[in-house]
Write a new protein. Structure first.
Length: 59
């Protein structure tokens, strides 16, 4: 496997979490109302993924 493809495969999931959390942060700052909870979940998704990975690793 060539180096650029391997790098792209490695950074795929972190890039998705970055985009999701950035969109959640912008959404939380710009939109007011009942959707604040969803924006907070989107902004905190990397933390939830980290918690899931730590719990899954221990099993």
């Amino acid at each position: 496997m060539s180096r650029p493809k391997r790098l792209r495969k490695t950074l795929k999931i972190p890039a998705i979490f970055f985009a999701l959390s950035l969109a959640g942060l912008i959404w939380a700052l710009l939109v007011d109302g009942s959707s604040d909870g969803l924006a907070a979940l989107a902004a905190g998704s990397p933390l939830m993924a980290l918690l899931w990975a730590l719990l899954y690793r221990r099993q």
